[in-house]
Structure formats: structure tokens, C-alpha cells
Design a protein around this ligand. Structure first.
Ligand code: N7H
Length: 497
């Protein structure tokens, strides 16, 4: 994509979460708060600003950190803290309105049990905007999220308590706290450690991330040219893929309140683990195949993380965190038609890399460039007790639904919510015609209007179609936040009025 000059990034000002997912800090909790007294909240914020973990310049990583704190604000939160209207109005529309509008419910597929009306947090009873044009549920009382990461549960509790201790005196109202769990699988990674983090269906997660220009390569250390994205695809104040400044409160030089900030999309996604594995087991038995193989085809990786395009017949320990691959131009086995990794699998449709956009398209380089205009940095964590402790697919398959609440606190970072997160969910995951398919939404997170969906496995001589696929993931809550630069947090803390 020719990102010629990597900008010099102001690492000290960028919240560290942009740079890393803190795998070394497996304990985490998110605290959602409402500001009731702006003056006291700002005083608290000025103390907290000194404790926010910044990003670090290449080679300067602090490997001995035992905890990390981050803070993000909704648009209503920035307003409640007294940010002026001129700055507030410069934020993009999606962020200003929030996730739970009637328009976005349609766009994201949040209906039925996933409708904002049924969320546990992030929504409120439906209101109109005064002239009857738009209705929304976005919770105007949800103002900020404190994200706490720690090396173990004890340090997590101490860190969290130190944040919460002041809440009463500063009159911040706790809306909810969301806990997380670190899941590991039965396999070993190449160092002999348990394979993880896993998500509740039993697959290794948190592998593929874009490489933001100017940042060190993502945590797995794989600097892959195909994976590079412009700084402004994630951070405000820098040029994006179109060589323009992302929309937000910065001036033409990228300076201003928005600089070094990013939008944080938060979705609490409930997973029906027993439902997923019983569907897969039933379908595989009916068609005479392996259930784990079918599940891997739905994801695009084997449970241990091995990408199917690299190893379609089974997992390989050395490839568990492999992210150096494309599809159409894959060497030595190009997979243009999805015979190795199905076209409709979760990872291929949420990042199609160089896959043809439709069957007639034959320009992998162009496809890759276009796909890279819709990337996100994923920072999610699982929550809830696993259905079986060691996440072994055979045991997951043998379990019945225990009715427990478990899933993924999906978090992603991007500079343009509409062109990145919403595009992926709406035009790739929910699109039944994706890549020339017919009625196949994303098998994990896609939503088809009304009826049950199909999953297609491309193979010769004829493709195999798995029908009557229910929805395995439901939305329990969500909001759009802004994760500002650290100087911007100090600006907020210093406001008067
Ligand atoms: Fe997805 N899963 O368990 O199957 N995801 N995801 N995701 N996801 C990925 O590469 C999962 C969700 C992306 O660059 C892996 O880290 C589950 C949403 C993207 O190759 C696995 C849920 C969105 C990628 C899962 C869920 C995305 C990705 C492979 C919900 C965006 C990287 C491991 C409960 C709207 C693709 C890895 C690439 C990978 C799962 C949600 C997007 C295992 C269970 C909502 C961009």
C-alpha cells in the first residue's frame, strides 16, 4: 500500500492498549461509570491520568509491569465532564449517537434477543430525537469505562479497589462491572505452555492483528508487509489509508483534543457453546465428516490456532500463531476458491486479505489494499465459566447446555467506526451474499434476516452445504467509547465549569 514514511509516534501520549493486548496480564475487569458531579470527577481524572499505562517506543517495553489502567469515554461522558460543544460536534456521527440507535440495530443485526431493548447495559428505553426522525436506546448515563489489567487476581483486586475507593467521595456512580476470564486449551504451545488465550467455543483467539505504521509489530512479532495499515486507521491525528486525517476533533496538522486517541467499540457477546457444538456434531454426523474439522472450517483456524489455509488437514503446533498468510496468492497453495479455508469462514470474511471480492475479480493486490481499509485492532477478553474446564472440543461436544452466562467482551479499536467495525459486521459478517455465497452470513457472528442460515464448504467435485444453522452469539450490551491520548485526559481533567 506504499506507506512510505512511518510517522514518529508520541508513544508517551498514546494509551498502551492501542499497542498491546496485555497477554502477560491475564486478569482483567471493566468498570462502567456515570459522572454525577463533573468537578469532582475531573479532580479524580487528573489523579488517574498519571496512572494510565502509555505505549512504549520500540525496544522500550516494560516486561515487568504487573498491572495497567486505561480509561475511555462515551460522547455523553465527554459532555458530562464539560468538554465544549465545538469539540464535541467534531466527533463522527456514529460516536455521537452511540451504538444503540434504531438505525444501528438494523445495521449490526441487533434484533430479537440481541435487540438493544434487551441489553444488560448500554441501552435505555427508546426515545425520539425531538423531531421524530430517529429513535435511539443509547444509555445517556453511561459515561466512562475504566479498564483494569493485572498479572493475577490479587493485584487486579488491589488495583481495582484503588480506583473504586474514591468513587463515593467523587460521586461517580457505578453502572456495572464486567469481569473476564483467561481460558487455556488442552494443547501445548511450542514452548510447552498451555495453548491460549482461547474463547468459549474452544478456539485460540487474539492472534491476527494489523501492524499500525510507526508501532512495533504486534505482540507475536510477525512484521508482515501485507498486514501493514496507516497510523490514521487507528489513531486520530495521522493520515489514514486515503492519506486523509480521520474525522474527529483535530486540526489540519492532526493537533487538538482528538490526537493520539482512538474509538473503542465494546460489545458483550453471549456465546451458546453447547448449541454451537451440538449443531456442528449433528451436521458432521449427517454428512459423515469430522465435527472438529467442520467447526475449524467455520472459524478458518483449528482450535489450537493453526490457519486452515496453511494446514487444511490438521493442526500443527509450530503454526498456532501464524499470521503470515494470504488466500488467493497463498504459496505454494493458492486458495482463491476456498478449498482450504472456506470463503465464508469467520476469519476469511472479517479480514478477506487478498481474496477476490467477487468471482470475476482477479486482482489480489487490489483486493488486499481494499481489505486493509477495513481493519480493526482486537482487544477482547472472554467472560464466564467455561462449559468444560480444559476447553477440549470432544468434551465441549458431549456437554449439555448449562444455561450459564458466558461469552466474549469484544473490544476493538479503530479510527472510523462506520468504515471499520460497522463495515465488517454489516457488509462482511451479516452479508449472506459475501464473496459470491448465497444465504451464508458469518457462521459465528453473522445475522440473517428471519430464517436460519447456511454454511458452505467449497470442495470438489461439489460444495457441501450445511443448512438450518441457528444463531450462536447474542448481544448483551454495548457502547462506543473514545480512548483519548493521555494529554487529552489531562485537558478534560483541567476543564472548568
Ligand atoms: Fe472474531 N471465534 O471464536 O471463532 N475471531 N470472534 N470477531 N475476528 C477470530 O486470529 C470469535 C468478532 C475478527 O485477520 C478468531 O485471533 C468469536 C466480531 C477479526 O485473520 C477466532 C466471536 C468481529 C479477526 C474468533 C468473535 C470479529 C477475528 C481467530 C464472538 C468484528 C481476525 C483467532 C463471540 C465485527 C481475522 C485470531 C484475520 C478472528 C472468534 C467476534 C472480527 C477464533 C467467538 C464481533 C477481524
Amino acid at each position: 500500500m506504499g506507506l512510505s514514511n512511518d510517522p514518529r509516534l508520541e508513544f508517551h501520549d498514546i494509551q498502551g492498549l492501542v499497542q498491546r493486548g496485555y497477554k502477560e496480564l491475564p486478569a482483567a475487569e471493566y468498570i462502567l461509570l456515570k459522572v454525577t458531579d463533573a468537578k469532582r470527577a475531573r479532580a479524580w481524572l487528573s489523579r488517574l491520568a498519571d496512572r494510565i499505562e502509555p505505549a512504549t517506543a520500540p525496544g522500550r517495553d516494560k516486561r515487568d509491569r504487573t498491572s495497567a489502567l486505561h480509561i475511555a469515554f462515551t460522547w455523553e461522558g465527554l459532555r458530562a465532564l464539560g468538554l465544549n460543544q465545538d469539540i464535541l460536534s467534531q466527533f463522527p456521527r456514529a460516536f455521537r449517537e452511540g451504538m444503540a440507535t434504531v438505525h444501528r440495530e438494523r445495521l449490526l443485526g441487533d434484533r430479537g434477543a440481541s435487540s438493544a431493548a434487551n441489553w444488560h447495559w448500554g441501552s435505555a428505553p427508546c426515545r425520539e430525537n425531538g423531531n421524530g426522525e430517529e429513535r435511539w436506546h443509547t444509555d445517556l448515563h453511561l459515561h466512562l469505562a475504566v479498564l483494569v489489567y493485572a498479572k493475577d487476581d490479587l493485584i487486579l483486586r488491589r488495583t481495582k479497589d484503588s480506583v473504586l475507593a474514591e468513587l463515593e467521595t467523587i460521586r461517580l456512580q457505578k453502572i456495572t462491572t464486567l469481569d473476564t476470564v483467561f481460558l487455556a486449551g488442552p494443547e501445548r504451545d511450542p514452548t510447552g505452555s498451555p495453548n491460549g488465550p482461547k474463547e468459549h467455543f474452544g478456539f485460540r483467539d487474539g492472534i491476527a492483528q494489523p501492524h499500525i505504521a510507526g508501532m512495533p509489530p504486534p505482540e507475536d512479532g510477525q512484521a508482515i508487509p501485507e498486514n501493514a495499515i496507516a497510523t490514521g486507521e487507528v489513531l486520530l491525528g495521522y493520515a489514514n489509508a486515503y492519506r486523509e486525517m480521520p474525522e474527529g476533533p483535530t486540526d489540519a496538522n492532526g493537533r487538538g483534543f482528538g490526537r493520539n486517541g482512538t474509538f473503542l467499540v465494546f460489545r458483550q457477546l453471549h456465546q451458546d457453546v453447547a448449541g454451537f457444538w451440538s449443531y456442528v456434531a449433528r451436521q458432521a454426523a449427517a454428512k459423515g465428516g469430522s465435527a472438529v474439522e467442520l467447526a475449524a472450517k467455520m472459524v478458518g483456524r483449528w482450535p489450537d490456532g493453526t490457519p486452515l489455509v496453511e494446514s487444511p488437514t490438521g493442526p500443527q503446533t509450530a503454526l498456532q500463531t501464524q499470521n503470515r498468510f494470504v488466500y488467493a496468492g497463498h504459496e505454494p497453495h493458492p486458495d482463491r476458491f476456498g478449498f482450504r479455508c472456506p470463503i465464508g469462514s469467520h476469519i476469511r470474511r472479517t479480514n478477506p486479505r487478498d481474496s477476490p471480492r467477487d468471482p470475476s475479480d482477479d486482482n489480489p493486490k487490489k483486493s488486499l489494499e481494499l481489505a486493509n481499509q477495513h481493519r480493526i485492532v482486537r482487544r477482547g477478553r472472554s467472560y464466564g465459566k467455561p462449559l468444560v474446564p480444559d476447553m477440549d472440543p470432544t468434551k465441549l461436544m458431549a456437554s449439555t447446555n448449562d444455561g450459564a452466562e458466558r461469552g466474549l467482551h469484544f473490544i476493538c479499536l479503530n479510527a472510523a467506526i462506520d468504515r471499520q467495525f460497522e463495515f465488517i459486521q454489516n457488509l462482511w459478517a451479516n452479508n449472506p451474499k459475501f464473496g459470491g455465497l448465497y444465504d451464508d452470513p458469518d457462521p459465528l457472528i453473522g445475522v440473517l434476516d428471519g430464517e436460519r442460515a447456511t454454511f458452505t464448504v467449497q470442495q470438489e467435485p461439489v460444495r457441501c452445504t450445511y443448512s438450518d444453522m441457528p444463531r450462536f452469539v447474542q448481544v448483551r450490551g454495548g457502547a462506543y467509547f473514545f480512548l483519548p491520548g493521555i494529554a487529552a485526559i489531562r485537558t478534560l481533567a483541567g476543564l472548568s465549569g
